[in-house]
Write a protein that binds this ligand. Structure first.
Ligand code: ATP
Ligand code: MG
Length: 137
């Protein structure tokens, strides 16, 4: 059993899509074991996306992620990291498979509705970035 960090991004929370996105996770066998709605400061968003700091879209991404509240969550399941990324679909919604979250809900490659950790080490770091031990059972 594995855990991964998921973020429902501002374009999706703004359009009231949290429940529909969560239904996709649950239908795929992922269990939402922790969840909270928070508003990131630009500084916090910048720190979370630090690995992308040299990419041309970094400034835009940080500004977007801090623009409105996000829902951060921990998803648990068999191969949760890979399964979550499968349910999310490709980064660019134009390339996302039918039935995926990004195909159905994403607005653009930047405003693409969800984030999911990409490997076990990053999942561990990203979960610890948002959740304390007390919030995880
Ligand atoms: P995430 O890390 O959010 O799960 P990902 O792993 O599919 O998505 P990355 O390449 O890690 O995509 O990019 C991180 C995020 O940066 C993307 O989810 C998207 O919001 C934004 N992004 C990526 N490429 C672009 C781009 N070309 N233009 C604007 N924003 C982008
Ligand atoms: Mg990524």
């Amino acid at each position: 059993i594995e855990r991964t960090l998921s973020i429902i991004k501002p374009d999706a929370t703004r359009r009231n899509l949290t429940g529909k996105i969560n239904a996709k996770f649950e239908d795929a066998g992922l269990r939402i074991v922790a969840q909270k709605r928070i508003k990131l400061s630009a500084e916090q968003a910048g720190k979370f996306y630090e690995v992308h700091k040299d990419r041309p879209f970094y400034g835009e991404l940080v500004e977007f992620m801090a623009s409105e509240p996000v829902v951060v969550q921990v998803l648990e399941g068999e191969s949760a990291i890979a399964k979550n990324r499968e349910v999310m679909g490709a980064t660019n919604p134009a390339q996302a498979d039918e039935g995926t979250i990004r195909k159905e809900f994403a607005l653009s490659v930047g405003e693409n509705s969800v984030h999911g950790s990409d490997a076990p080490e990053t999942a561990k770091e990203e979960i610890a970035f948002f959740f304390s031990g007390l919030e995880l059972v």
